[in-house]
Design a protein around this ligand. Structure first.
Ligand SMILES: Nc1ncnc2c1ncn2[C@@H]1O[C@H](COP(=O)(O)OP(=O)(O)OP(=O)(O)O)[C@@H](O)[C@H]1O
Length: 317
C-alpha cells in the first residue's frame, strides 16, 4: 500500500452524488493537483481525506493506518493531515508570530520556538511577525494560514482553493515560493483548484474532476493532446467545432491561416496577446465563429482568410 491511499471513497448529499467512488495512491513528498469546476466534489473529497467528513463508502489510509471520520473519532481531524481553505481562519487578536506559535502550545518550548522562527523565515514573514491579521495583505494572511498549518509538521497538506482572494501575479509568486518550502519539508501536497494555470505552477501531476467523477488523470501534455472530454480540452484553450461534424474539434493554435486554399472565412475581431494575435473569424459557409491564433500578427479585421489543419490535430470529444 502507498503512503497515502484513498480507496473507493464516495459521498452523496440527500441522495445526490457529490463524489463517485474515488481512489488514489500517493507517495511521501508527492504533489498532486485536482482541477474541477464549482460543484465537482473537490471540497467534499478533501474533507473526507482529512477525516472531517463522513464518507458513504471507501477508506482513507495514511502510512497504513485508517483515517477515521467524524462518526468514528471524537475529535475529528488529524495533525498529520491539514486542510487549508480560502477563509484563512487566523486569530484576529494574535500577532503573526502568535498565530503560528499557538499551534504548538503542547510541544516542547525550545522546539516550538525554533519551529516558529524557521517558518517565519521560510515564509518571508519575519518583518511582519508582530502585526495583527488586519494589518496584512491577502497574500501575507495566506502565508500565515499556511504557517499555522505547517507548524505541526503535517505529513499531508490539503489546499482547497486557498488563493482565490489573491490576484494572478500574487498567486503565481506565492505558489512558486510555497513549492520550494513544501519540497524542503518533504510535505505531500494536494492542491485543489478550478484554475489549471495555478495547478501547473505547483505540479504536472493532474486529476480532472467533473460532476463528482474523475474525467481524466495524467500530465498536462497527456491531457492537452488527448483530452477525454470537452471540459478537459477547454481547460487548456478554447476549442472550435468542425463544421458538419458531431463532435470533432480543433484548437486555435492548430488552425493554419493562409491567403488561399482551404475553408474561407473573414476576420471579425483581433486581440493582441503576448505570443500571438487572437482572431475571431467567421466561417463563410456555416457562419460559425472560431477563435484562431495568428502568431505572425498578419491578419486584420475584415481580412479574408483560408483555414486548414492537420488531421491528427482534430480532437474527437
Ligand atoms: N453539506 C452539504 N449538504 C448538501 N449538499 C452538499 C454539501 N456539501 C456539498 N454539497 C453538494 O455536493 C456537491 C459537491 O460540492 P463540493 O463543495 O465538494 O464541490 P467543489 O468542487 O468543492 O465546489 P466549489 O469549487 O464551488 O467549492 C455540490 O453539488 C454541493 O452542492
Amino acid at each position: 500500500m502507498s503512503y497515502f491511499s484513498i480507496s473507493n471513497v464516495s459521498k452523496s448529499y440527500d441522495e445526490i452524488p457529490a463524489l463517485q467512488p474515488f481512489s488514489l495512491e500517493m507517495n511521501q513528498g508527492d504533489f498532486l493537483a485536482i482541477v474541477g469546476e464549482s460543484g465537482s466534489g473537490k471540497s467534499t473529497l478533501l474533507k473526507i481525506m482529512a477525516g472531517l467528513e463522513v464518507q458513504d463508502s471507501g477508506e482513507v489510509f495514511l502510512g497504513g493506518k485508517p483515517i477515521l471520520n467524524p462518526n468514528q473519532k471524537i475529535v475529528s481531524g488529524y495533525d498529520e493531515i491539514r486542510l487549508i481553505h480560502q477563509n484563512f481562519h487566523l486569530y484576529p487578536n494574535s500577532t503573526v508570530e502568535e498565530n503560528i506559535s499557538r499551534q504548538l502550545l503542547h510541544y516542547e518550548k525550545e522546539y516550538a520556538k525554533s519551529r516558529v522562527a524557521q517558518l517565519l523565515k521560510l515564509l518571508g514573514l519575519n518583518d511582519f511577525k508582530d502585526r495583527f491579521p488586519r494589518q496584512l495583505s491577502g497574500g501575507q494572511k495566506q502565508k500565515v494560514a499556511i504557517g499555522k498549518a505547517m507548524a505541526v509538521e503535517p505529513d499531508i497538506l490539503l489546499l482547497d482553493e486557498p488563493f482565490s482572494s489573491l490576484d494572478t501575479i500574487q498567486t503565481h509568486r506565492l505558489i512558486s515560493e510555497l513549492k520550494e518550502i513544501f519540497k524542503e519539508f518533504g510535505t505531500t501536497v494536494i492542491f485543489v483548484t478550478h484554475d489549471l494555470d495555478d495547478a501547473l505552477r505547483l505540479t504536472d501531476n493532474l486529476i480532472i474532476l467533473q460532476k463528482g467523477k474523475v474525467a481524466q488523470k495524467g500530465t498536462s501534455r497527456q491531457l492537452c493532446e488527448k483530452p477525454n472530454t470537452k471540459y478537459v480540452a477547454q481547460l487548456f484553450s478554447p476549442i472550435n467545432k468542425l463544421p458538419d461534424t458531431k463532435n470533432s474539434y480543433i484548437r486555435p493554435a492548430d488552425v493554419k491561416l493562409r491567403t488561399k486554399g482551404g475553408l474561407l472565412a473573414h476576420v471579425t475581431d483581433s486581440r493582441f496577446l503576448v505570443h500571438y494575435n487572437s482572431l475571431q473569424i467567421q466561417l463563410k459557409e456555416s457562419g460559425i465563429t472560431w477563435e484562431v491564433d495568428d502568431p505572425q500578427r498578419k491578419y486584420e479585421i475584415g481580412d479574408r482568410v483560408y483555414l486548414s489543419w492537420d488531421g491528427p490535430k482534430v480532437m474527437t470529444l
